[in-house]
Design a protein around this ligand. Structure first.
Ligand code: OSB
Ligand code: MG
Length: 333
C-alpha cells in the first residue's frame, strides 16, 4: 500500500534554493522534501512537467522515504563537474566550486548560441584541466543528425569521453551512432531513457553506448536498476539538479549498480549556493559519500519557499498521487 497524501505531507517542507549560475533557464530550484519513517525524500519535478510525469518522481520519493534501500556495493561515488552554458571567462570560477574533479560535463547546444561558443567552452575546460581530464558534452537533444555530426568533428580535437543526448529521437541517435562508428565517440542516452514511454527502446535499437539514469524521473532506484539490467549497457547516474536529499537518492542507486565505470552527474550540489543540510553532498576529492542526509531545521526555515509555492507543491503532490498505480481515486468534495 502506498501512503496517503496526508501521511506523505505530514512532515514535509517546501524549499527554494538559489543557484550559483542560471541552469535550464532558472536561477532558483524548488523542492518538496518529505520525511518518511525510513528517511528523508525529495519530490522535485521541474515546474513545467505535467502530473503524469510528476507521478514517477513521487513514486521515487515514496520509495526513498517509505521503502527499503537496496544493498550498497560501494560507499563513495566519483562524480563529474557540470558546467552550464556560462561565458568562457566564468568557467574557472564555476569549476572551482566542484573542487578537484577529473571529469567535466559541458552543457552545449544552447538555443541562444552557436557551435563556436560550445567549442570555445570545451577548449577552455581542456586547457584548465589538462590532457588527463575526461570531458563529456550534453546537448539535451537539441541537434539534428547533421548538426551533431558537425559538432562531433569540431569537438574532436578536445578528445571527448561521450556525447550525451546529441539528438532528440532514438532514430536520430541510431543514425548518428552509425556515422560516428569509426570514431570511437560513444553516445549516451538521457532523455531517451527518462522521458520515453519505453526506456528500453533506445537500447533495443542499438542507438546508444551507455545510459544516463536519474532516480526521480525513472520512478525510483528499483525501477532504474531494472532498466539498466535489461538494457545491458553501462550507466551513469545523474541528478536532476536536486538538493542534497535528492542527491542521496541518486548516490543510493549508484552504490547499488553492479558496475559503475563512469563518473556520475551527482556533483550538482556545487551549483547551489545554499542547501537544506549542514553537511551537503558537495564533491570532495572528486566524489560524494553514500549516506543518509538529514535536513537542518534552521536551514529548512531559512530556505522555506513562499507560502503560495508550498500550497502549489502540496496540490501537485496530491494530483501526482492520484495517478500512481494502486492509489485510491481522489475523493469528490
Ligand atoms: O549530469 C549532470 O552532470 C548533472 C545533471 C544535468 O545535467 C541535468 C540537470 C537537470 C536537468 C537535466 C540535466 C541533464 O543531464 O540533462
Ligand atoms: Mg542530460
Amino acid at each position: 500500500m502506498i501512503p496517503e497524501p496526508d501521511e506523505l505531507l505530514a512532515g514535509a517542507h517546501t524549499v527554494r534554493l538559489p543557484l550559483a549560475t542560471r541552469f535550464r533557464g532558472v536561477t532558483e530550484r524548488e523542492a518538496l522534501l518529505l520525511h518518511g519513517p525510513n528517511g528523508w525524500a525529495e519530490f522535485s519535478p521541474f515546474l513545467e512537467y505535467d502530473d503524469a510525469e510528476a507521478a514517477a518522481w513521487l513514486a521515487a520519493a515514496i520509495e526513498a522515504g517509505w521503502g527499503e534501500p537496496p544493498a550498497a556495493r560501494r560507499d563513495r561515488i566519483p562524480v563529474n563537474a557540470t558546467l552550464p552554458t556560462v561565458p568562457v571567462d566564468r568557467i574557472r570560477e564555476v569549476l572551482e566550486r566542484f573542487g578537484a574533479v577529473r571529469t567535466v560535463k559541458v552543457k552545449v547546444a544552447d538555443a541562444a548560441e552557436g557551435l563556436d561558443a560550445d567549442v570555445a567552452r570545451v577548449r577552455e575546460v581542456r586547457r584548465l584541466l589538462g590532457p588527463e581530464a575526461r570531458i563529456r558534452v550534453d546537448a539535451n537533444g537539441a541537434w539534428n543528425v547533421d548538426q551533431a555530426e558537425r559538432a562531433a568533428h569540431a569537438l574532436a580535437p578536445f578528445d571527448l569521453e561521450y556525447l550525451e543526448q546529441p539528438c532528440a529521437s532514438v532514430g536520430e541517435l541510431a543514425e548518428l551512432r552509425g556515422r560516428l562508428h569509426d570514431w570511437q565517440l560513444p553516445i549516451a542516452a538521457d532523455e531517451s531513457v527518462r522521458k520515453a514511454d519505453d526506456p528500453l527502446a533506445v537500447a533495443r535499437a542499438g542507438a546508444a553506448d551507455l545510459l544516463v539514469v536519474k532516480v526521480q524521473p525513472l520512478g525510483g532506484v528499483a525501477r532504474a536498476l531494472r532498466i539498466v539490467a535489461e538494457a545491458g549497457l553501462p550507466a551513469v547516474v545523474s541528478s536532476a539538479l536536486d538538493t542534497s536529499v535528492g542527491l542521496a537518492m541518486g548516490a543510493r542507486l549508484a552504490a547499488a549498480l553492479p558496475e559503475l565505470d563512469f563518473d556520475c552527474g551527482l556533483g550538482t550540489a556545487a551549483l547551489l549556493t545554499a542547501d537544506v543540510t549542514r553537511e551537503p553532498l558537495t564533491p570532495a576529492d572528486g566524489a560524494i559519500p553514500v549516506r543518509p542526509v538529514e535536513p537542518d531545521a534552521a536551514l529548512l526555515r531559512a530556505h522555506a519557499a513562499p507560502p503560495d509555492r508550498a500550497t502549489w507543491w502540496h496540490a501537485r503532490l496530491r494530483r501526482a498521487h492520484a495517478l500512481l498505480p494502486g492509489s485510491a481515486p481522489p475523493r469528490v468534495e
